[in-house]
Design a protein around this ligand. Structure first.
Ligand SMILES: *Cc1c(COP(=O)(O)O)cnc(C)c1O
Length: 612
């Protein structure tokens, strides 16, 4: 390990920080502190949201430097994953994207008397129009001899920007005559929701109703906007539980926070929604010291060590965007999470490692160890910091300051989004059954869409509820014989029950491919024989059965975070839970159920309505 460190070693050697004396000074350095953004997470989240919105288009909102993630890199990743347009607040933000060669449709919606509308029109940036700027935009268009593309914004109740409904009829009339004069083209109508993160709030329905009225009035005034849009990230998720999801999703959704892998809901985590947090805020431990009991820590001595202990100094503070008001925010050092103690200072925070002896020569010397404030997977979450600071996740990531280097990585972890043969799904549905019963209900409804020749792959750890799901399919298809976990048999055939709900329907073929390593071994069990006349569900079939037909549903069941089945300790009880599906330990913990439709059989709309 002596000598020149390559970038690769620096980035990937997990033991690197255990020997700080040997790796410092390094010839190739990482940034001293960085917000590392995984572009694969951005792509994954974009695809997931687009799947929820389809066939509505997706506008990726990259205002405020993409909520602190870096607008140019995020915009490119989102466009790569299928975003149809980009949204920002300021014209200057939109121009910055154009300067970097981004040619996608762009919309900016928050202007001042000093906004350069001429530059916006010249750069083909569509403009949100909420009131007073109307004349200035028309003027700038006239001066340029061009047409400004605008989205009229109506205030449906939020009380911020947008025409009030009182002024709306006059506004659409004025817009119609400006359109006739050729100075503007009304391409869209938009509004913004005030409580979409509270799906039960009555204001959501009220705002949607006002919006519908506003669209009708615009049409009566002779406008024919092609893109009406309402939903932000929470609205896009809310739609799945609404009687008429299209009222929310309309022609396009404008999603920001979800793209970054963060949940907008107080009661649902990113993992609950199937999102992957894109940003990791990390640095390294810069000082480790032994202190006695009673040692004061940081300004005001608001913390005193209760016992003799070791303190670690972390070189980020409020100048880097860590909120000073926070108390007890987590920092993960060398795989262990600690709570920050004492006042957060401009440049630094302190962690009490909880016991003495950690700064010694023997034992682990944590000087130089990686320190992560938040990130994906096993790292602390943004949510822990927003709770420590009594704010929302949006603010935590957005306020990370320019002093923190943005680093871009591509973990490729979104490869799982594309199926085994690299084919992209037509649509993705993400559901959150709260109980085994609900999982079965979803499967029963899905069964109504199934016909002979349909193939499903079903993936999820032991105890996740794969058998529960298959039982629901069997019930919906009306097949004979109780369905049990196929753990000890490879294939089971369940013929149609003529007395059941779907007499004459297809039989269900239930396969466990867990111990079948390859497609060749699958061929040995002759699924090709039964496939055309039956509905086939293959547990652990991903990567093994794709060659059988050009279309399939990929179904994944994940236990919610913290469900505890994956820590290995309870493999046996998990098997039992699977065997006695619905009654086993943890069977009623919430799950994330993801259904992806692949191939011509599943082209077109997701059967979302039928899955509610
Ligand atoms: C910021 C913003 C959005 C995105 O909201 P998220 O909750 O981050 O998805 C959408 N529309 C408007 C008008 C916005 O200002």
């Amino acid at each position: 390990m002596e000598g020149v460190n390559t970038d690769l070693e620096t980035a990937t050697d997990p033991d690197r920080h255990r020997h700080p004396a040997r790796t410092l000074p390094r010839t190739t350095r990482r940034p001293e502190r960085s917000a590392v953004v995984d572009l694969a997470a951005i792509r994954h989240n974009t695809r997931l949201l687009k799947g929820l919105a389809a066939p509505a288009e997706l506008m990726a909102v990259v205002k405020a430097d993409a909520y602190g993630h870096g607008a140019v890199a995020v915009a490119r990743a989102a466009l790569e994953a299928g975003a149809d347009a980009l949204g920002v607040a300021h014209v200057s933000e939109a121009i910055e994207l154009r300067r970097h060669g981004i040619q996608a449709p762009l919309l900016a919606w928050l202007h001042t008397v000093d906004t350069d509308f001429g530059a916006a029109i010249g750069n083909d940036i569509a403009l949100g129009v909420s009131g007073g700027e109307f004349e200035a935009i028309a003027e700038a268009a006239r001066a340029l001899g061009r047409t400004a593309r605008v989205h009229l914004k109506v205030d449906t109740g939020l009380g911020r920007n947008g025409f009030t409904m009182q002024r709306w009829p006059a506004a659409v009339r004025a817009a119609a005559s400006a359109q006739e004069a050729g100075t503007i083209a009304v391409v869209g109508i938009m509004t913004h929701l005030g409580a979409a993160d509270e799906p039960q709030a009555p204001e959501n329905e009220e705002q949607l109703a006002v919006f519908q009225r506003a669209v009708e009035l615009a049409q009566e005034a002779g406008l024919s906007p092609s893109v009406c849009h309402v939903a932000n990230t929470p609205g896009t998720f809310d739609a799945a539980d609404m009687a008429e999801p299209r009222r929310m999703l309309r022609d396009m959704v404008r999603v920001g926070i979800g793209i970054y892998g963060i949940s907008p809901f107080a009661d649902r985590s990113a993992a609950d929604l199937g999102l992957i947090p894109a940003m990791t805020l990390r640095t390294t431990v810069t000082n480790v010291k032994e202190v006695p009991a009673g040692q004061g820590v940081s300004y005001g001595f608001r913390y005193r060590t209760p016992e003799a202990t070791t303190l670690a100094l972390i070189p980020v503070g409020y100048a880097d965007g860590v909120p000073r008001i926070a108390t007890g925010g987590p920092v993960r050092i060398d795989g262990v999470s600690y709570a920050e103690v004492g006042r957060i200072a401009m440049d630094q925070i302190v962690v009490d490692l909880g016991r003495p002896g950690l700064a010694g020569e023997e034992g682990r010397n944590l000087l130089g160890a990686e320190a992560v404030l938040f990130g994906a997977d096993e790292n602390p979450s943004v949510r822990e910091w927003s709770e420590a600071a009594q704010t929302i996740d949006y603010e935590i990531v957005t306020r990370i300051s320019p002093r923190v280097t943005r680093e871009y990585i591509d973990t490729g972890r979104d490869a799982a989004d594309a199926s085994g043969d690299g084919v992209e799904a037509n649509w993705t549905i993400v559901l959150h059954p709260a109980s085994a019963e609900e999982t079965q209900r979803i499967a029963r409804r899905l069964a109504a869409h199934l016909r002979p020749g349909d193939l499903m792959t079903l993936t999820g750890e032991l105890g996740a509820g794969k058998t529960t799901f298959t039982q629901g399919l069997g019930a919906g298809l009306g097949v004979r014989e109780g369905i049990i976990s196929p753990t000890f048999v490879l294939v089971r055939q369940h013929p149609n029950d003529p007395e059941g709900p779907r007499p004459g329907g297809p039989m269900l073929v239930h396969v466990d491919a867990y111990r079948l390593a390859t497609a060749a071994e699958i061929d040995d069990i002759d699924l090709e024989e039964t496939l055309p006349a039956s509905v086939t569900v293959v547990e652990w079939g991903t990567g093994k059965v794709e060659h059988l037909t050009d279309s399939r549903l990929e179904i994944t069941i994940d236990r919610a975070t913290g469900a505890g089945a994956s820590d290995g300790g309870s493999a046996l009880s998990a098997v039992l839970a699977d065997l006695e599906a619905g009654s086993g330990d943890g069977a009623d913990e919430p799950r994330t159920l993801t259904i992806r439709g692949i191939g011509p059989r599943w082209a077109g709309d997701a059967p979302r309505e039928l899955l509610q």
